[in-house]
Design a protein around this ligand. Structure first.
Ligand code: NAP
Length: 481
């Protein structure tokens, strides 16, 4: 495959090779694609210092000028969707069509927040005495730093970088060690778009010690830290941020999304939604339906239709035509899925289809439907992050809501029903940041994305996404006669 890409880190507008480098693998065949710089605390500090130096000039530009630069960045991404899609697919394993979809989704945040930059309005507040005038103004927080995961190598960066730059913040990102190349492609396009040196920096690292993360969390020059990844790591990094320098923190963490199918649902729509939600990116998204709760009366009919649809999913390397399910990201991921399924089968679940690895390669897992799953099984209580759909039976709406909410997580939830009253009732009772009714896919740049409970803090996308990078400053004008 003829694919050009950068593999050096990007700090202060310079491409940096680093003394040590680490291998980046293609998860479809475990071959090395490239070596990226394994940078450490010193380079992270340098990137932060650079972003701090670039901040006054970037923040001082008119919002309209920042918006024009973001627009150029967006247009360059849009013109480059094929290459970005191939790169995302190559290092992350997603089927090409899905990877190209991520590139378009990632670019859309840059378009949206460039437009929103011009609408960072303050307020005039009626004062409590005639001698004063009260207003608020919005100002960029300062240097923003981010750590992002491999399952959306592009979109999880633009969802943070675009609002940061739009607000007037400068930005340092540590991309995941599995997928640093897409981050570097974003830097390449930022440079071409005229993003000034120091405004967007990419510090690659293998993260064997967490050194880079520590600098981003603890540096007093960083005023905002945004993390997307597992709840476990998010808790550690959030505590570091607050414990050291009390910076603004956003955490987009793990989920355990329920997808409920009520007896009054359109079953074909529910099957389509369940497949779209569960099997996207081979089940490796934070909003993937983790467990599927099905009302007793339609359990058999639904499980049969779902099994037929899942058995037809085409598995293979992301660059092969028509492939719908790619490899899992690494050896650890495939081992975890194998273990969780084996435990469920040993405890009485049955595989209606799948239930084992796939012959396409070492990191491929056969799309699976598990019946007779009980609430105590790990496939119900933990995020699976693989192409496995556990089915749990329920008898009433109250029971479905109780099972759905019986988790420390609260990111996404889905349900299918034909009853509009139930739709409102259940939507209001579910403990999740995002609820999708009669639809298995919902994410885009205009909506506030984020979770409750241990799924995180803050929202990304929508008008809310810009606020995360702004401070509200109150001004009191006194002395009016
Ligand atoms: P992860 O292990 O938490 O890693 C995420 C990022 O954190 C990577 O860049 C990783 O770097 C870095 N990291 C790990 N340990 C660190 C430490 N001690 N100090 C500093 N950085 C550290 O999560 P993952 O397996 O990549 O991603 C999957 C998780 O992300 C799932 O739980 C999923 O639900 C969640 N997620 C949430 C959202 C959301 O919007 N809520 C979106 C996508 C994914 P290295 O790669 O270099 O180790």
């Amino acid at each position: 495959m003829d694919l050009t890409f950068r593999s050096d880190a990007y700090i202060d507008g310079q491409w940096r090779s680093g003394a040590q480098r680490f291998a980046v693998y293609n998860p479809a065949n475990q071959q090395v694609i490239a070596h990226a710089p394994d940078l450490g605390a010193a380079e992270a500090e340098e990137a932060v210092a650079t972003a701090h130096k670039a901040f006054p000039a970037w923040a001082g530009k008119a919002a309209k000028e920042r918006a024009q630069i973001l627009r150029r960045w967006f247009e360059l991404m849009t013109a480059d969707l094929d290459r970005l899609g191939r790169l995302i697919s190559l290092e992350g394993g997603k089927p090409f069509a899905e990877a190209k979809g991520e590139a378009a989704y990632g670019a859309a945040f840059v378009e949206w927040f460039g437009e929103e930059a011009k609408r960072a309005y303050g307020r005039a507040i009626p004062a409590t005495t005639p001698t004063r005038r009260y207003v608020t103004i919005k100002q960029p927080v300062g240097v923003a730093a981010a750590i992002t995961p491999w399952n959306f190598p592009m979109a999880m960066i633009t969802r943070k970088a675009a609002p940061a730059l739009a607000a007037g913040c400068t930005f340092v990102v540590k991309p995941p060690s599995q997928t640093p190349l897409t981050a570097l492609a974003l830097a390449e396009l930022a440079e071409q778009a005229g993003v000034p040196p120091g405004v967007f920096n990419v510090v690659t690292t293998r993260n064997h010690t967490g050194d880079v993360g520590r600098v981003l969390c603890e540096s007093p020059l960083v005023r905002k830290f945004s993390f997307t990844g597992s709840t476990e790591v998010g808790k550690t990094l959030g505590a570091l941020c607050v414990g050291s320098t009390v910076k603004k923190v956003s955490l987009e963490l793990g989920g355990n999304a329920p997808l409920m199918v009520f007896a009054d649902a359109d079953l074909d729509l529910a099957v389509k939604g369940a497949v779209a939600s569960k099997f996207r990116n081979a089940g490796q998204t934070c909003v993937c339906a983790n467990r599927i709760l099905v009302e007793d009366a339609i359990y058999d009919a639904f499980s049969q239709k779902l099994t037929e649809a899942v058995a037809e999913l085409k598995v293979g390397p992301g660059d092969r035509d028509g492939v719908e399910i790619g490899p899992l990201i690494d050896e650890k991921a495939i081992e975890k899925v194998e273990r969780m399924v084996a435990e469920a089968l040993a405890s009485g679940a049955t595989a209606l289809t799948g239930g084992k690895k796939h012959p396409a390669g070492a990191q491929f897992y056969t799309p699976t439907v598990l019946a007779n799953v009980t609430r105590d099984m790990r496939v119900n209580t933990e995020e699976i992050f693989g192409p496995v759909a556990p089915l749990i039976r329920f008898k009433s709406e109250d029971e479905a809501v109780a099972i759905a909410n019986d988790t420390p997580f609260g990111l996404a939830a889905y349900f299918f029903t034909g009853d509009v009253n139930r739709a409102w009732r259940v939507a209001e009772r579910i403990e999740a940041g995002m609820v999708s009714i009669n639809d298995g896919v919902f994410s885009n740049e205009v909506i506030p994305f984020g979770g409750v409970k241990e799924s995180g803090l803050g929202r990304e996308g929508g008008v809310e996404g810009l606020e995360e990078y702004l401070e509200t400053k109150f001004l009191n004008f006194g002395g009016f006669a």
